[in-house]
Write a protein that binds this ligand. Structure first.
Ligand code: PLP
Length: 327
């Protein structure tokens, strides 16, 4: 892996919990391994999700868990991955993992905005790799975009689609604000259907701000009044320059600030969300709470993991949970 300095660097695996959910069982962190010859390692044949858990007055709350798990299942379906799991299984497992992790924290400032560039790398073409699946393989494209940006002194790169229209960042969706209207590229511009993107769209509707999904030219980025990224990791991050061109006043714009404020009010549980967006961990039924943190055998004496491992492409389904504090 590459670092900002251009020198090789290992990316540490964040350990967020002592256990890992593996095919219906909670196994010890150190027992969760893949073989060096596994398909997923060589061919990127994984699908995954990145989900945030917020600290609220009612305890940890997972943001839009069901929507993330629906996208997870969609990604698996697109790649013909066979499995026996239902959306509730994944939701329950996530709740239980957060419960076991004891996580409550983490914070970062996202007021000032970031300096970004337009990448020389294009986003995936719809007929090569489906951008709407969150598959491991797609992230080689993301890494090229990100590495180039970092090496050139930017925080992030914006990729164009194969036609030259704005697509998204390496790990974020993008929004422009021009003349009071909020715009974001449509899914046909090879963007991941971001859960945060959808949240921004719904928040705009609630606030009476006009929101349009439409193709965006690169030049429209430079002349926008405001720009911001959305994503589970980025949350809502203002963009202050693109290719060293100042966007608007060079500070977080008024509409961006308004959307950001409402977003954080919702994620902290202080404001009613447009839907059931928060899963309060401590208020969920402790379905799997008594399961041991080691592999257990079923009535046949076989580990469930061995029994269910029959997929044609050896999928590795992984859920990453990121915790952050309420503002
Ligand atoms: C390529 C890409 N686009 C957009 C996003 C934002 O999606 P979400 O809001 O669901 O995190 C992500 C993050 O997962 C991503 O990796």
């Amino acid at each position: 892996m590459f670092s900002k300095s251009g020198k090789g660097k290992d990316v540490a695996t964040p350990r967020i919990c002592d256990v890992v959910w593996h095919d219906g069982e909670f196994i010890k962190w150190n027992d969760a391994r893949v073989h060096v010859m596994s398909h997923v390692l060589h061919y990127g044949s994984s699908v995954f999700e990145g989900i945030r858990c917020y600290a609220t007055k009612r305890g940890p709350a997972i943001f839009r868990l069901r929507e993330h798990m629906q996208r997870f299942l969609n990604s698996a379906k697109i790649y013909r991955m066979d499995h026996e799991w239902k959306i509730d299984d994944f939701c329950d497992a996530s709740v239980e993992l957060v419960r076991r992790s004891g996580l409550e924290l983490g914070d970062e400032a996202i007021e000032k905005g970031v300096d970004v560039c337009v990448s020389s790398w294009n986003r995936l073409t719809p007929n090569s790799l489906p951008a709407m699946a969150k598959s491991g393989a797609n992230y080689m494209n993301s890494q090229l975009i990100k590495m180039e940006a970092l090496l050139n002194g930017f925080a992030e790169g914006i990729a164009l689609d194969d036609r030259g229209y704005v697509s998204e960042g390496s790990g974020e969706n993008i929004f422009t604000v021009s003349n009071g209207i909020v715009n974001t590229p449509p899914l046909s511009s090879s963007v991941l259907p971001g859960i945060t993107r959808d949240s921004v769209i719904q928040i705009c509707r609630e606030l009476g701000i006009t929101i349009k999904e439409r193709t965006i030219q690169r030049a429209a980025l430079y002349v926008a009044d405001e720009l911001f990224f959305s994503g589970t990791a980025a949350e809502i991050t203002p963009i202050r320059t693109v290719d060293r061109i100042q966007i608007g006043s060079g500070e977080r714009g008024e509409i961006t600030a308004k959307i950001q404020k409402v977003f954080f009010e919702i994620t902290s549980g202080e404001r009613q969300a447009p839907g059931p967006w928060l899963t309060y961990v401590s208020e969920q039924r402790a379905r799997a709470a008594n399961q041991p943190a080691t592999g257990t055998a079923d009535n046949d004496g076989n580990s469930k993991a061995e029994k269910s491992g029959g997929s044609s492409v050896t999928p590795t389904m992984e859920t990453k949970l990121v915790a952050r504090a309420a503002r």
